[in-house]
Design a protein around this ligand. Structure first.
Ligand code: SF4
Length: 424
């Protein structure tokens, strides 16, 4: 089964109907988007999920990445992160564990959520090689494809696959150099493996085989961004552009085979380069859904990187990015806690909404909030607030003694003063 092939035959599937209803667009709009590769709807034959459309003309979606590390590995904490991400309103999850029993952690995470779950199969392949054979460079290509199929059967809906790292991109990287090197774990594993074994990346060399696995298990392919910049001074460089071109061509090939495909984008980008990155990516990928990793727009605010990414995500979604990966305050410092996961999702949802106000002209809630503020109608304000609980907690903790205004201006509430003299 392929949603792309169904859509191209003119069939409107249940998934397309659901997306149309959620987004307030016509079923035909969604069908055409899927048929043209501009919209994806991650599904799995092995697990029912909350349907979520990603792509052109739809609300910008937010992904929360969770998972253990080699230092901190407690599956109960990861399950709590799932809960916090869902409470905060994440649209999808990526399970990126690199510590503990990886297959078992993924099984428990998938069982704990109804959201679409993404994975990076090469993490497990490289880490198992390190555990069983002594080094990540001892990974066998067959193990990588076997694990990819196993993760698909475990109910994974989309997978980040690092196809764009090959001898060509590595040559660009070597010729040009980098201020901050490579920061993608998948990119680092794969380049180390290629250099040690003097072999081409199997995901690139055996791409047809990979597509067979994606097709058989209906996995949505997310073309990984292994060459993404890890510092603003490395943004939009030759290695990243080379990888984008390779990924764009391979994404077309996947689409022609009926495999739904997303293309991932850069990580650290100063704000004056974001629009160019979005236009370039959309143009060369034939408007495939664009999964933006951040972007982080400055490198000097560790501890606040969720806010740094908000600026980048708001701009990138306003220019056309469709899907943004959240960033938590712990980015670059530590594995996030469940509380930091919650904060990261809320920050990204705010950014996605700001972007959608421009991209989709979605401003009705803002209008409603303006009216509710003028009327000092606090319940209406909470109802439309992106995080009503937090808004109410703050007001309730500092209520005025005898006024329906708030303690910001108290007796001198501008709203009340103006209401006495004007009748808007
Ligand atoms: S007191 Fe000030 S901040 Fe509070 S509602 Fe009135 S004008 Fe707004």
């Amino acid at each position: 089964m392929s949603l792309i092939k169904d859509a191209q035959r003119g069939l409107v599937t249940e998934e397309m109907k659901l997306v149309a209803a959620q987004e307030g667009v016509t079923e035909e709009f969604v069908r055409k988007g899927v048929a043209g590769g501009h919209i994806v709807i991650p599904v799995s034959p092995y697990r029912k999920v909350k349907i979520c459309g990603i792509g052109e003309g739809l609300r910008t979606k937010v992904n929360a990445s969770i998972g253990t590390s080699s230092d901190i590995s407690d599956v109960s904490v990861e399950i709590e992160k799932v809960r916090q991400a869902e409470l905060a309103g994440a649209d999808t999850l990526m399970e990126l564990s690199t510590g503990g029993d990886l297959a078992d952690i993924r099984r428990q995470v998938v069982a704990a959520t109804s959201l679409s779950v993404g994975s990076v199969p090469l993490y497990q392949a490289f880490i198992e090689a390190a555990q069983k054979k002594g080094a990540v460079v001892d990974m066998e290509a067959d193990d990588l494809f076997r694990i990819t199929a196993e993760q698909a059967k475990a109910g994974t809906n989309f997978m980040a696959i690092h196809t764009g790292i090959n001898y060509e991109t590595m040559k660009r990287l070597e010729n040009q150099g980098r201020h901050a090197g490579l920061v993608s774990r998948g990119g680092a594993f794969m380049t180390a493996w290629m250099l040690h074994n003097e072999k081409e990346n199997p995901l690139y060399a055996e791409y047809d085989y990979l597509l067979e696995i994606m097709k058989e298990h209906e996995v949505t392919l997310s073309m990984g961004n292994g060459m993404r910049a890890g510092a603003v001074h490395d943004s939009t460089d030759r290695a990243a552009i080379q990888e984008l071109l390779i990924n764009a061509e391979l994404a077309d090939k996947a689409f022609n085979e009926g495999v739904q495909t997303i293309v991932e984008g850069p990580g650290h980008v100063p704000i004056d380069e974001i629009q160019a990155n979005v236009i370039l990516q959309k143009r060369v990928t034939n408007r495939k859904p664009f999964y933006m990793l951040g972007p982080l727009v400055t490198d000097i605010a560790p501890g606040y990187d969720d806010r740094v990414a908000m600026v980048g995500a708001a701009l990138s979604s306003s220019y056309g990015a469709d899907f943004i990966c959240y960033v938590t305050p712990a980015e670059h410092l530590a594995l996030p806690t469940p509380e930091e996961v919650y904060e990261g999702v809320i920050s990204s949802r705010i950014a996605a909404h700001i972007g959608d106000m421009v991209k989709l002209n979605k401003r009705d809630d803002d209008l409603e909030m303006g009216h509710a503020r003028k009327a000092l109608d606090w319940d209406r304000q909470y109802a439309v607030a992106l995080n009503p609980k937090r808004a109410k907690e703050i007001r309730d903790s500092r209520m005025p003694a005898d006024t329906d205004a708030c303690t910001m201006c108290g007796d001198y509430c501008a709203v009340k003063i103006v209401a006495k003299h004007f009748n808007f």
